[in-house]
Write a protein that binds this ligand. Sequence first.
Ligand SMILES: Nc1ncnc2c1ncn2[C@@H]1O[C@H](COP(=O)(O)OP(=O)(O)OP(=O)(O)O)[C@@H](O)[C@H]1O
Ligand SMILES: [Mg+2]
Length: 337
Amino acid sequence: MSESSSPLISGHVMAHVYDLALKTSRVDFPVLILGETGVGKEVLARDIHANSNGRSSGNFVAVNCGAIPESLLESELFGYVKGAFTGAVGEKMGLIEMADGGTLFLDEIAEMSFHMQAELLTVIENKEYRKVGAVELKKANFRLICATNKDLIMLVQNHLFRDDLYYRVNTIEIKIPPLRERKDEIVDIVKVFLRELGYGQVSISPEVMEIFLCYSWPGNLRELKSVIESSITELDSHEQMIDIKHLPEEKFSVLSCWLIKSNDSRSLLEMEHCFRKNLIKNAMEFYGGDYKKVMSELKISKDVIYRSIKNGGGKHTSVYNAKIEISNYLQKGVYHV
Ligand SMILES: Nc1ncnc2c1ncn2[C@@H]1O[C@H](COP(=O)(O)OP(=O)(O)OP(=O)(O)O)[C@@H](O)[C@H]1O
Ligand SMILES: [Mg+2]
């Protein structure tokens, strides 16, 4: 991020994000990083830390608030003194203490309980905290960066997140757009990932790149990286180019249907049929089986969905039967095309 340190500045969207992050690293206020899963919130937080003048020599301490049970989070953050509770046989350093002089990164902040939100607010406001079981206060000296993929304002409005804490943690707000809104960066990102993984000599076929540019990437950069990894694994020892056959079949079947392969002997009707079937199947997966959403997004009837799932467009059944079949399928959670 320090003008040259980020490998992924290419399109104008992320250039703006990195520019804001660079300015952010020059000050010491709390930062809230927003964005869908896998967009690179933690990567950005680490960059802000690494580029901050006063704090880069301190630790970057990342805490996943969603992964630590509430009962443990308090003692993990604050540490405890000997005898604070049964089993506290010695003194334990907390994550706040580890972040002293550095950065405390609270990931998935929306998952923090109300009780812990109140505790955190007190630490931010007073810049002091107490170890569990301790009497004396300790100075808290960390730069706070929080991240979430949730709509925090909506949680505040629904009284699921404290408004006073919300205003404290988002002095500076940085929103990282999803990959589907910055597809012009995909070509460069793929190159960076290939290099990072030690396969800089491997290239991507034009067809695969076309698929990458069409796909919606719900898992964002994390998903793209994992697709590259699994495609590399599929390469034979003499192969140096990732082609359609190396891609995870299920994920991209609908998109690869668009592309005519050299040995493809299917008629236009067959390809259209395959495309429709896969599109509906993928839409059902994408929306977690919510067929009403699929109906409205694709502007199709329940009957069409049913026929695609059931047999790819064979015998017609009544809408009523389709409804029953779809609900059976939804209950079972499995289907075969
Ligand atoms: N700027 C970047 N440079 C290199 N790799 C990146 C970058 N941004 C994201 N990635 C890749 O994407 C993966 C996911 O990034 P990260 O863990 O920062 O996402 P996240 O937004 O914190 O996701 P989640 O919401 O699931 O916690 C990283 O492990 C890394 O491989
Ligand atoms: Mg994260």
